[in-house]
Design a binder for this molecule. Structure first.
Ligand code: NOJ
Length: 468
């Protein structure tokens, strides 16, 4: 890791992802992503236009600058950059990111770049996507191309965003493409993604790319629903299931031994984990962890059949979210917490615990790469009074500052999201932005109350308290 990282100012920013905000799905040589195909084929709401960031990024960066933000986390669209299995580079796609990065730097904003935030090219999905090791090689090719183009200008790189969510949603929960529900496929994908991460880190080091390389994990804090040994065991099962295979393998180079044992006992075939791949994972760990924290989970043991209910419909959802995995754990609602319309519990202490747990486990710098509040924001007389979001962010930033004061080497905080955007299966009505996007009227931007609040909070105190 570059020494300059240690003296950088604390990063206060906001985040987006390519598919969720760019739009321009067919422009300037971009090819189809797996999400384009899946959403079009099924007639679901899609990100064809999204927040139109592709055409409006200068305005967006101006707003971030005026909002006192000194960092912007965004991702690169792989199908915009590499258009086929032969690795053909689309210069216009690269040029877009070149302009975006230059604009960040001109505005005094650190670009914090995610290389993969779920929009796999359809041509790779057709050969099996993350089930196929060729996708790992293709990912390294992508890294090589973007590091050659932007290495030096960008100092903070992350390989993957939330390996847990896209693998589980695609291969276990079945609510993301390709909508499979197959544990064997799931663990194969998970392994291949962690291998691709390590192969990319190896490349980063071999090519001496300046800056730091990390991975963004969706860290779910699991708490025993009751104070007893059975619930504590369920919480550990859940941690292994959802978090540790990812964080431990990328930060320590090993998968948890008790998880591996358990998967074998359940009859899963782990022969994909060959010695050579395990060695690559072992030898190439990340410089830092990005942690996306939204809400906690409270768990009990579960001997009932596996059942997964995910609320992608907000207030129109007739049930409550539920995650039950036979023999592992089941989530339960905590009556003491406030939940939003998508069943997300609000618990700032969870962010503190996320930071503390990961730092104590891995002793590498951490960033909160996403934290935010999804809501049905309404514009009234041209203003958006999103007080609940302000309360949420304020509580979570205080938890972060507490963790920092307690010795955690946390180096940045990113609100999800910079502006309203397309939220995958939740569409555009679940809004997270500091800036309202009027999807009905040319995507015009209207800063919300939270935008001004964040701007003033950064100026007044966050940056002072957050400084190293
Ligand atoms: C995590 C993901 O990285 C992002 O894509 C998603 O929209 C947010 N969480 C909100 O659910």
């Amino acid at each position: 890791m570059n020494q300059t990282m240690q003296s950088q100012p604390f990063l206060w920013g906001s985040a987006t992802a390519s598919y969720q905000c760019e739009g321009a799905w067919q422009e300037d040589g971009k090819v189809e992503s797996m999400w384009d195909r899946y959403l079009h084929e099924n007639g679901y709401e899609n990100g064809d236009v999204a927040s139109d960031h592709y055409h409006r990024f200068r305005e967006d960066l101006q707003l971030m600058h005026d909002g006192n933000q000194n960092a912007y986390r965004f991702s690169l669209s792989w199908p915009r950059i590499i258009t086929d299995l032969d690795g053909t580079v689309n210069e216009k796609g690269l040029a877009f990111y070149g302009a975006l990065i230059d604009e960040c730097l001109a505005q005094g904003i650190e670009p914090f770049v995610t290389i993969y935030h779920w929009d796999l090219p359809q041509y790779l999905q057709e050969i099996g996507g993350w089930l196929n090791r060729k996708t790992c090689d293709a990912f390294v090719t992508l890294c090589r191309v973007v590091w050659k183009a932007f290495g030096g200008k960008v100092k903070h790189w992350t390989t993957f965003n939330e390996p847990k969510w896209f693998t589980f949603s695609g291969y276990f929960n079945g609510n993301y493409p390709p909508e499979h529900r197959d544990a064997q496929e799931l663990i194969t994908c998970c392994f291949n993604v962690m291998l691709a991460n390590a192969m990319a880190v190896r490349e980063f080091r071999a090519e001496k790319i300046p800056g730091e390389v990390g991975l963004v994990a969706s860290y779910e804090t699991f708490y025993p629903a009751e104070d007893n040994a059975a619930c504590a065991a369920a919480a550990h099962n859940a941690d292994n299931f959802a978090n540790l295979w990812c964080t431990s393998s990328c930060a320590k180079g090993v998968f948890p031994a008790d998880l591996v044992q358990r998967l074998k006992e359940e009859g899963l075939d782990l022969s994909f984990a060959d010695e050579q791949a395990l060695q690559i994972i072992h030898d190439n760990t990340v410089d830092f962890l990005g942690l996306n924290y939204y809400s906690p989970e409270f768990v009990t043991p579960c001997e009932e059949e596996t059942e997964i209910v995910i609320n992608n419909a907000g207030k129109n959802f007739k049930r409550k979210s539920l995650y039950k995995v036979k023999g592992w754990f089941a989530t339960v609602r905590n009556p003491n917490l406030k939940y939003n319309a998508w069943d997300m519990g609000i618990y700032p202490q969870g962010l503190y615990d996320t930071l503390k747990t990961n730092y104590d486990l891995y002793h590498i710098p951490v960033y909160i790469t996403e934290n935010g509040y999804g809501n049905y924001d309404q514009m009234e007389n041209g203003v958006i009074n999103d007080d609940e979001r302000i309360e949420y962010i304020d509580g979570h930033v205080k938890a972060l500052l507490r963790a920092k004061a307690d010795g955690v080497d946390v180096r940045g905080y990113f609100v999800w999201s910079a502006m309203d955007l397309y939220s995958w299966k939740n569409g555009c009505e679940k809004r997270y932005g500091l800036i309202y996007v009027d999807f009905e009227h040319d995507c015009r931007r209207i800063p919300k109350k939270s935008y001004y609040w964040y701007r003033d909070a950064i100026a007044a105190g966050f940056s002072k308290e957050g400084r190293n």
